[in-house]
Design a protein. Structure first.
Length: 126
């Protein structure tokens, strides 16, 4: 999630609860997430306050693996090139671990198949 908000209404008025009619009550729905989450938020975000990212991280179920990329000096969408490089590295590492690892290493081969599991050197990238 990049610059996530707890709810649309809470960006404008944070009353500490979900208002009836809020179409994006993320703070209430995040408890249902059942996959790894990467939270990216600039600490100097003037559009969606940084506290929203922290609150969402705190609301994630404990069993969920979450990683954060909270950056001091980063705003909502405007950030320096070196931050973009660090962000892409973080996203790449997160996806390599949580997507590629699950697809290649965590699946058990069927009993009928006697093929070896692929190694990282056998994987072709697009």
């Amino acid at each position: 999630m990049h610059s996530p908000f707890t709810s649309v209404y809470r960006v404008v008025f944070d009353w500490g609860f979900t208002v009836l009619g809020d179409k994006f009550p993320n703070i209430d729905r995040v408890r249902d997430i059942q996959c790894p989450v990467l939270l990216v938020h600039g600490q100097d975000d003037a559009i969606v306050p940084f506290k929203h990212g922290q609150d969402l991280q705190g609301a994630l179920p404990e069993k969920i693996q979450s990683e954060t990329f909270f950056v001091k000096g980063m705003g909502h969408n405007a950030f320096e090139y070196h931050i973009e490089v660090m962000l892409m590295s973080k996203v790449s590492s997160f996806l390599d671990y949580h997507v590629l690892a699950r697809r290649l290493w965590m699946k058990k081969p069927s009993k009928k198949s006697k093929q070896r599991r692929p190694t990282t050197t056998q994987v072709q990238t697009a």
